[in-house]
Each structure stands twice: as structure tokens, then as C-alpha cells.
Design a protein around this ligand. Structure first.
Ligand SMILES: [Zn+2]
Ligand SMILES: [Zn+2]
Length: 194
């Protein structure tokens, strides 16, 4: 069960500078999360970091900019993810590999309950991908509804379903329908055809 994830909810994260956060300053921004962790990392750095002397501002393609990306001009070095939308309950760690892998799952399985299933498998992305791809058996109003349909499709014989017959319910209906009469006496139920 569980509703499919809200596909209108574009995955995004709020990345904050920890040094500023500890000092009570707001230093961070929302970033859309795609499927490329490296690209996202450079996008984040181009907001927080400064560039090398040649570039002036941070250029992802420049090795020197990359080498001197931290500390930031504010003195901060560490980043944290302080909020997220459309990605489930990931922690605060700056783990773009994981977050982009989740975004990739959402992109690959738009009709399946990606986030709910992910938390079901302890946010193990590989396990989730396998399950969503190979083990998904559809969306139903209840597990009972699925079981009925599955028993029908699998053409289960009556003897396999026998143990699950609700005999009390059956007997009650026979009684109400006027087929039988029950008389209780001396601790037993005595049955009479009508
Ligand atoms: Zn800062
Ligand atoms: Zn540079």
C-alpha cells in the first residue's frame, strides 16, 4: 500500500554552510536535485566557493578553482543538507551520491511508490531499484483485493483455498437462508435440514 510519490514535487535540497549556521548566520540556498552528483556538487560550490585568481569566480572546469574551493570566503568548509523536498527522509549529511541516486529512482519509476519503498528497505538504493524493477506487483485498494486477483490468475484449486474459507460466515448464511435450523442442547449444536 501507500500512495505513489507526488511526482509534481521536484526533488530539491537546502544546502547550508555549517560554520555560518553555528554562528547564527544564514548561508545557504535551495538546489534542484538531478541525477548527476558531480554536476550538482559544482553547482553548490559555485554558490559557496570563490574562484582562483585567474577566474575570479568559481569555474567547475578549472583545476585551480577546484583545488582552492574550500574554505569559502566566509571561512566555512563543511556543508550540510538542512532541508529537502521530494526525496524522503534522508539525513542531514551532504551525500549528493545518495540524493542523486534517489532522484534517478524517481525518474526511472515515476508510477511506483519510490520513497515509501526506499524507507522500507532502509534507504538502500540498489535494493530499492531491484525491488521496484523486479518485484512490483501493482497498486491495489487492499492486500485482500490483490490476494483475490492473484488466486484467480494463479488458478488456485479449491483445496488450496479451503483452509481460508470463513465457515462461520457460510453456516450463518445457510441458517438465514432457511436451509437449516440449529438447535443448541446439552453443549452441542444439533443441525436439522429444513
Ligand atoms: Zn558560510
Ligand atoms: Zn580557476
Amino acid at each position: 500500500m501507500g500512495d505513489p510519490d507526488d511526482i509534481d514535487d521536484v526533488p530539491r535540497i537546502y544546502v547550508a554552510c555549517l560554520a555560518c549556521y553555528s554562528a547564527g548566520r544564514l548561508h545557504g540556498r535551495w538546489f534542484d536535485v538531478g541525477t548527476d552528483p558531480d554536476g550538482l556538487h559544482h553547482e553548490v560550490l559555485s554558490y559557496f566557493a570563490t574562484g582562483c585568481e585567474t577566474c575570479g569566480s568559481y569555474e567547475p572546469e578549472c583545476p585551480e578553482c577546484r583545488a582552492f574551493a574550500t574554505p569559502f570566503p566566509c571561512g566555512g568548509e563543511e556543508l550540510a543538507v538542512h532541508d529537502r523536498e521530494g526525496l524522503g527522509s534522508a539525513g542531514e549529511g551532504y551525500d549528493l551520491e545518495h540524493l542523486c541516486a534517489v532522484a534517478a529512482l524517481l525518474e526511472d519509476f515515476p508510477e511506483r511508490p519510490v520513497l515509501a519503498y526506499l524507507s522500507e528497505v532502509d534507504r538502500d538504493v540498489e535494493q530499492a531499484r531491484e525491488g521496484l524493477r523486479d518485484s512490483y506487483a501493482g497498486s491495489w485498494n487492499s492486500a485482500a483485493e490483490w490476494a483475490e486477483s492473484w488466486a484467480e490468475d494463479a488458478d488456485l484449486g479449491v483445496e488450496q483455498l479451503w483452509p481460508y474459507v470463513d465457515w462461520a460466515h457460510f453456516a450463518h448464511d445457510l441458517e438465514l437462508g432457511g436451509d437449516v435450523r440449529t438447535v443448541e442442547a446439552e453443549g452441542s449444536v444439533h443441525m436439522f435440514w429444513r
